[in-house]
Design a protein around this ligand. Structure first.
Ligand SMILES: C[S@@+](CC[C@H](N)C(=O)[O-])C[C@H]1O[C@@H](n2cnc3c(N)ncnc32)[C@H](O)[C@@H]1O
Length: 275
């Protein structure tokens, strides 16, 4: 009887157990080449030269910084992230993919973005809505002001933002990726504080799940509100690059400078702040 009981035991969560959450995150969420292409194009059009030094705030595994160094032999990157496990994973898995010369042009630092020195850089970026970590407007102004101080006359601050009806709803969306499903769970949305609690989970073909691999406790800032805060922090202007849509109404990955846009169910945009 004991043996029969044993056979009924749940199978171990095999695919979920074998997978690494940082690897899944990079494959599900990040497109560093697209970010780089966008930042390069805007920087070149404004300053008629190539950017060199990128500061990647909230760099996580430094995937973007590593790709930046690989992308052009003159490019250098400094990344800041508080989480040592995440940064160390990135050093081990993203930086080791670079040759030693490329590796020498990337510096990932375990530190708070608020403590980043004001050394001049060409571009500061804060991707995947990481700047929503600052729930108080005064904290966000402090952060934006410190970024502003790091940008000389010819520098840019690039950050992304999402919105639309669905950004105000408790909802879950599932995306099929290569070998797993990526689940974005906007678990709690507060109508008063604009705070949102979100999780990322991964589901596998064998039925195993990596639940709540990442959790984000953020305040969602509105589109115009974010532009106003950037101006209050000392930027002279802010441009909005809005994503186009394909024939199915899905985002097409093409971002163009816009001054008006329909507030669709779900949209993503880049903000480019100019000192
Ligand atoms: C949403 S992830 C973004 C990772 C990556 N930049 C991307 O584009 O996917 C947010 C990251 O911000 C980091 N973080 C949160 N607060 C921070 C702070 N004050 N200073 C530096 N890093 C911070 C977290 O450790 C986490 O790795």
């Amino acid at each position: 009887m004991a043996g029969a009981k044993k056979n009924k035991k749940k199978k171990p969560d095999r695919q979920a157990f074998l997978a690494n959450k940082h690897d899944l995150y990079q494959r599900a969420v990040q497109e560093p080449e697209a970010d780089i292409e966008f930042m390069e194009e805007i920087f070149r059009s404004k300053f008629k030269r190539d950017p060199i030094l990128l500061r990647e705030d909230f760099c996580g595994t430094g995937f973007l910084s590593a790709t930046w160094a690989q992308h052009n032999p003159t490019y250098r990157a400094i990344g800041y992230d508080l989480d040592s496990d995440t940064v160390n994973w990135g050093v081990e898995h993203n930086l080791t993919k670079l040759d030693s010369e490329q590796r020498s042009r990337v510096d990932l630092r375990i530190a708070n973005v608020l403590d980043a020195p004001n050394d001049p850089v060409d571009i500061v970026c804060a991707m995947n809505f990481s700047w929503w970590i600052f729930k108080q407007r005064r904290q966000l102004i402090e952060y934006f002001s410190s970024v502003r101080e790091s940008l000389a006359g010819s520098g840019l601050f690039v950050l992304d933002i999402y919105g639309g009806k669905e950004a105000y709803e408790e909802m879950e969306e599932e995306h099929e990726k290569d070998g797993f499903d990526y689940i974005w769970d906007q678990d709690k949305v507060c109508g008063i504080s604009d705070e949102i609690l979100c999780h990322i989970s991964f589901h596998f073909p064998d039925g195993s799940k990596m639940k709540r691999a990442f959790t984000y406790d953020w305040r969602r800032y509105g589109m115009k509100e974010s532009q106003d805060i950037l101006i209050d922090a000392g930027f002279s202007s802010v441009e909005v690059y809005w994503e186009g849509t394909d024939e199915d109404g899905e985002g097409d990955g093409e971002f163009t400078l816009e001054h008006q846009a329909e507030n669709t169910d779900a949209w993503i945009a880049y903000l480019v702040a100019i000192p």
